[in-house]
Design a protein around this ligand. Sequence first.
Ligand SMILES: NC(=O)c1ccc[n+]([C@@H]2O[C@H](COP(=O)([O-])OP(=O)(O)OC[C@H]3O[C@@H](n4cnc5c(N)ncnc54)[C@H](OP(=O)(O)O)[C@@H]3O)[C@@H](O)[C@H]2O)c1
Length: 316
Amino acid sequence: MIWILGASGYIGEALVAEARRQKLPFRPVARHELDYADFRTLVTALSKDKPDFVINAGGFTGKPNVDACEKFKAETIAGNVTLALTVAQACDVAGTRLGTVSSGCIYTGAKIQRQDGSWAVEDRLTEPLISELLEKRSDRVCGFSEEDDPNFTFEHNNCSFYSGTKAVAESALRGFPDFYVWRLRIPFDEYDGPRNYLTKVQCYPRVYQNWNSLTHRGDFGRAVLAFATGKVSGGIYNMTNPGYVSTREVVEEIRKRLKPGWCPNFWSGDDEFYRFGAGTPRSNCLLDVNKSRQAHVALRPLAGALEDSFARWQKK
Ligand SMILES: NC(=O)c1ccc[n+]([C@@H]2O[C@H](COP(=O)([O-])OP(=O)(O)OC[C@H]3O[C@@H](n4cnc5c(N)ncnc54)[C@H](OP(=O)(O)O)[C@@H]3O)[C@@H](O)[C@H]2O)c1
């Protein structure tokens, strides 16, 4: 039996859909029926019902976007740090396997190979020379691996409050090496809706150009359930679709596939976006997925997952 905590959320509902599709025994768990944020309540329930695996898809992301986390700091800490640790400690005590849904938003930028062959972190992917390499899909560009220390954190003093709490939680979860931590980034799929990145891009009054790894929500669900039912080693896993994309490229695809003639306005650059369009710094980054590939739990390549989502687009 697999328990899915936070099953009512955007990511949780994809996990539920996948468990249902695979006819796996699962229980969607919501705080109002079992307060899994309370250590004693959760340990008692785990010890009694003995699920084989717990997926923690609970968290506080901020609505309509991460700017809200700057205002609701206590809720952000409770949802992202306290909850993640409470669930990990309860699973540890009860002897239950656990996977926690985390985020790649604890990084900014990517790793770029210099002319002398050495690699360095470049935290602004919108710099013209970097963008040129990204556009060419150059071999001199590489995403952050699970071995790389997060660089969009409270310690670096450059992050949103949301990202800071996700990094704190991850750092604490390293104390439970048998448990999984799955980092996803910017979820999308074929279902039009306010949480889907492909819908969001169509709704922004002005679009912000940058480069990112993304995660197809259904692919993520399939991979997470493969972890839950398989024998992959514990630890942190980057769970984005292999590849990366720019907002301009996504806009082009939307124009081609969904909205011919659509011509959105873009912010002129980072300065204008951060002056008028965003309240708190945004993570824009590339993740390396070799570890999940080697563990045979990799998602589909991003280009194909995007194409498939546009081909099967279901308008709300
Ligand atoms: N959506 C994204 O863009 C994105 C990107 C990267 C990573 N993630 C991560 O994925 C996880 C799930 O995100 P999501 O987008 O599915 O979030 P969501 O739609 O807001 O749902 C999260 C669920 O968490 C549960 N929850 C538990 N404690 C909570 C608290 N203190 N405050 C608010 N909700 C709480 C709630 O379910 P019940 O109350 O019903 O139990 C809620 O439905 C989070 O850890 C998030 O950081 C999300």
